[in-house]
Design a protein. Structure first.
Length: 219
């Protein structure tokens, strides 16, 4: 995960804590919100890792008991080592393998969170977050109008907050920060939608941002 991507994702989490008007949000409040966010993420990562460890230990215990209680090993002398035994039917093991895949996914999520927490300490990440939030504060009314005008055929008032936030960040970057390539900004907004919202949301966000690029003749 690079610094800009981390900044966008952290900004999205920060936006979820903002009120409708961010006019009174100064640097100190932004720092406090960021620290609160990082502490929450650290706690989430710790919980996810504890859950994955617990699930792995349960699987290990299941396999140990399966081996110990197998008729082949029950007949062996007490002080002898257990022999490997056949695994159960695929229908049983498939469910357990799926559980382990979920464990692996949670582990990756925890690692990604930990990486983002580390990156949050970078001056580049923090400065980019400040740029996004300050420009959003200054231009939020225009950003709102831009989104409404370019969301052709959509009722913006019914849009879920996280989709609003993703659009707010991306439009702020496109129109006012302008420190990253247009394609990167749009692609990463779409990826945030896929990660935190829905496939339909990602398509919608891609369409709105494409229309904003066209309307403002951005290059």
């Amino acid at each position: 995960m690079n610094a800009r991507r981390a900044a966008r994702e952290l900004s999205l989490i920060l936006f979820s804590q903002l009120t409708k008007k961010a006019d009174k949000l100064d640097n100190e409040k932004i720092i406090n919100l960021l620290l609160k966010t990082v502490r929450t993420m650290t706690s989430v990562a710790r919980d996810e890792l504890e859950l994955t460890t617990s699930s792995l230990l349960e699987m290990q215990e299941y396999l140990d008991n399966l081996e110990i209680e197998h008729p082949t090993n029950l007949k062996r002398p007490i002080d002898s080592e257990n022999l490997p035994v056949p695994i159960p039917l695929t229908s049983d093991m498939n469910g357990r393998v799926n559980s382990l895949l979920n464990v692996a996914e949670k582990s990756f999520q925890a690692i990604e969170i930990a990486e983002m927490v580390i990156l949050s300490q970078s001056s580049d990440v923090f400065e980019y977050i400040i740029k996004i939030i300050k420009n959003y504060k200054e231009h939020q009314d225009d950003i709102k109008d831009q989104i409404a005008n370019c969301a052709i055929g959509w009722d913006i008032s019914r849009l879920i907050k996280i989709d609003h936030d993703i659009l707010n960040i991306a439009v702020t970057e496109l129109l006012y920060v302008q420190d990253a390539p247009i394609k990167v900004i749009i692609d990463e907004a779409v990826e945030l939608a896929k990660k935190y919202s829905t496939e339909d949301s990602s398509s919608f966000i891609n369409g709105v941002l494409g229309q904003i690029v066209k309307t403002n003749a951005l290059k």
